[in-house]
Design a protein around this ligand. Structure first.
Ligand code: SF4
Ligand code: FES
Length: 249
């Protein structure tokens, strides 16, 4: 064993209904090592600290540069992106667990499709019709770009949902990421054509009224998206829409 080592304690589960258990590993330290590269080293030699042969850890990752959003997990109890979580920044043994609010697929891999279903519910896209040349789109002012660009940085990591006390089966709350995407697409001059539909989607069960303003989302978002500002803006739009609905019914 190299002089300096990294100790990890990883929560594992062989399948969705299996009993969870912990495996401990001690691997040679490398400069710049992050939690994903540590798990890659474990995969190259999957032997636990006490010498038991095991299987490589299952987890999701892709870009390794905090862009794809797939590697969110609990590291020393906090929701983090594992590819940017440098082992030197954590007390050891580093505990690694799957996100707690999503169904387990295996080990650290969880099913986060609820976010994508929520984005579909609010039509989080700019509608384009067909493949023909639509010509140049409407102009967007620099001020508008400045407001929208940070919101477009969402990487769908689901950390804002994991840390939100209101995101649970009881409320069915859609979560901050979805609401922030409503703000983004409602602001877009072409996307605004679906504004009413988006706002109506947020008025029903699990809608924006479920937000308890705990602000955990804005404190935990790895892309520093101004989520509480988005939520306040969309809450205002929902209120105006509900007044319009009263007068048009
Ligand atoms: S808003 Fe932030 S925390 Fe939430 S999914 Fe997007 S990037 Fe992740
Ligand atoms: S691997 Fe893509 S965000 Fe971590």
């Amino acid at each position: 064993m190299a002089e300096k080592t990294v100790k990890l304690k990883i929560k594992r589960q062989t399948g969705p209904n299996a009993e969870p258990h912990w495996d401990e590993f001690e691997i040679p330290w490398k400069p710049g090592m992050n939690v994903i590269s540590a798990m890659m080293d474990i995969a190259a030699n999957p032997v636990t600290k006490d010498g038991k042969q095991t299987t490589p850890i299952a987890y999701d990752s892709n870009c390794l540069e905090e862009i794809c959003g797939s590697c969110a997990m609990l590291i020393n109890g906090k929701a983090k992106m594992a590819c940017s979580a440098l082992v030197d920044h954590f007390e050891q043994p580093i505990t690694v667990e799957p996100l707690s609010k999503f169904p387990i697929v295996r080990d650290l891999a969880v099913d986060r499709s609820v976010l994508f279903e929520n984005l579909k519910k609010v039509k989080a896209w700019v509608p384009v019709d067909g493949t023909y040349d639509l010509g140049s789109g409407p102009r967007i002012t620099p001020q508008q770009q400045e407001q929208s660009y940070p919101l477009s940085n969402c990487i769908s990591c689901t950390i804002c949902m994991e840390v939100c006390p209101q995101f649970n089966e009881g409320t069915g709350f859609v979560g901050a990421a979805t609401i922030s995407q409503v703000a983004l697409f409602n602001d877009h001059p072409t996307g605004a054509v679906l504004k009413e539909e988006r706002l109506h989607a947020l008025m029903g069960d699990g809608g924006i009224h479920e937000c308890g303003y705990a602000q955990n989302c804005v404190e935990s978002c790895p892309k520093e998206i101004p989520l509480t500002r988005s939520i306040s803006r969309v809450a205002g739009q929902v209120m105006i829409q509900s007044i319009k609905d009263i007068f048009s019914s």
